[in-house]
Design a protein around this ligand. Sequence first.
Ligand code: GDP
Length: 424
Amino acid sequence: MKNCAVVGINWGDEGKGRMVDLLAKGYDIVVRYQGGGNAGHTVVNEYGKFSLHLLPSGIFNADIVNVLGNDVALDPENLCNEIDDLRAKGIHISPENLKISDRASLLMPWHRLQDCLEEERLKDRKYGSTKQGIAPFYSDKYLKKTIQAGELAHPRKLHEHLEQLLEYKNLLLQGVYGAEPYTREMLEQWLETYCEKIRPYICDVTEYLEQADKLGKKILFEAQLGALRDIDLGIYPYTTSSNTLASYAPIGAGCPFIGVDEIIGIMKAYSTCVGEGPFVSEMSDQEAEVLREKGEEYGAKTGRPRRVGALDLVASRYGTRIQNASKIALTKLDVLSYLDKIPVCVAYECNGTVSRHFPLTDELADCRPVIEYFEGWKCDISSIRSWADLPEQAKNYINCIESYIGCPIAYISLGPQRDAYIKR
Ligand code: GDP
């Protein structure tokens, strides 16, 4: 298999960073193809524990070229801070191993502000945004009111363009939200402090990937968030603002001419969901509290407690289908070791009808979970490294998930560390 996409099957936070870090050594290039600094891909390896926001998770391997594609929400401030942070911990980052698409749009300073102002305006109807400016960024991208990274190389034209955007954005910020306007000086400072620093990494990524492909280089596409957060096929409007699906990877990366040969869907052994929106298998009270603690389910970017629930097989089957996953990596199985019996949502009951269909968000809010219980294994499995050594109850849990979602579970992750996994 030459090229591979590593994507989320659920609501995000499935452990994509952990799996990309593990799999990256088999590839020459790792590309992030959508999303922005709202991500928090956690990687635990020989360098320490990291929460990667924009940088691809291949950055720890000096032989891998890491690419930020054209559909990434390129936030210069977040990226500079992240580069500084990693360099301080001994990670080598240079234009040789980090390339940014000249077609990536820039997340402007006002996008974060606009995100906060809109969430405040909505009050209890808010979306549960991470307030990193992602929704205003993508809406401006489609309104054609932001700048592309390559424009940083042409200061005179860039200043004219910024002047036009400033006028438009201040009309909105002042008129709609009554906020303070941005000034030219503020933008100058942003350009100097952050944009200048990322300029050396900006290049024609499409050309680079085309040449790399011709040389037979292997590419790993790394997604942000999960299938259920896809703007088109997810739980709209509680989605993110970009396409999280594997089919979109070559476009968001800047190489629509390159095929994806293998799609590895990352799925958590139970469910978690950050932010607002219907979450059918959600647990409450003590049951939720214990699972959240055992799984350390707190947002990598925001520290917010994640909503937790029983493994939702209806949602996971849908996620597997729309990702067109060829294999699954099941993560965090070790977390369930404390349970006598493990709850799993096997169907939805909606207005008297029981179904395995994953409906539109509107209807999802009226669905109730149909729960079945699996026998727990009640022992520490975190140091097991072979399928044969897994307790029978754990094998049964995995086999039942596999047959329900109709996709082979090829990897089982039993801890956050790189080597804590079983390959079947
Ligand atoms: P991502 O955004 O999909 O990369 O996922 P996050 O980094 O937001 O969340 C996954 C969390 O689970 C991180 O803290 C990982 O270190 C941790 N993790 C990943 N795989 C495992 C596993 O198999 N077991 C345990 N206990 N933790 C894991």
